[in-house]
Ligand binder design. Sequence first.
Ligand SMILES: [Zn+2]
Length: 181
Amino acid sequence: MGNLEKIGQITDLWLVLLFGLPTENISPIIGSQISWINLVLLSVIRPIAYFLFFALPVLVISLGADAWLKRRVLEWYSLGHRVKIVFLAITAILLSFQILVVIPVSNRLFFPDVYPNWSFAVLLGIVFGVGIMIVSGVLFAIANHCLSRRCPICHQQMDGRFELGKRHCNQDLHQWLIAHY
Ligand SMILES: [Zn+2]
């Protein structure tokens, strides 16, 4: 059993590092007594509630926001193939918001026994994540206002969304997306 105890201690340490619990209050997670009801509640009911009512809606909303933003960026015609850089930035920013804000806040709400308090690092991350979101939101609005639906040649405002094969001034928009056979 000596080995198992070691593994338990290492797991505890890993969990503590991962969750940022205060070091003076390390209660053993592995090897502690837990009732059957609590086990079912902690390892079955709450995870199901978490995935069904939180993780799934968050996933759908995130993918929707990602698609909505990228569809708008495709209308920044003067960027040409450089829209790919903006696509990458959108993915990175949405991901950082999930990691820094959404996951810590939801962990605290759904699993308060495992995440009993806010650590300084988590709070700093939340402030940082929200800050990134606000700054990039403002930048996006400005760029969208300047670039959206403008022809790269005549700079006139165009109607309608981008579709493959859309043309202006006798030229394909986003030519790099079109394969000629
Ligand atoms: Zn034009």
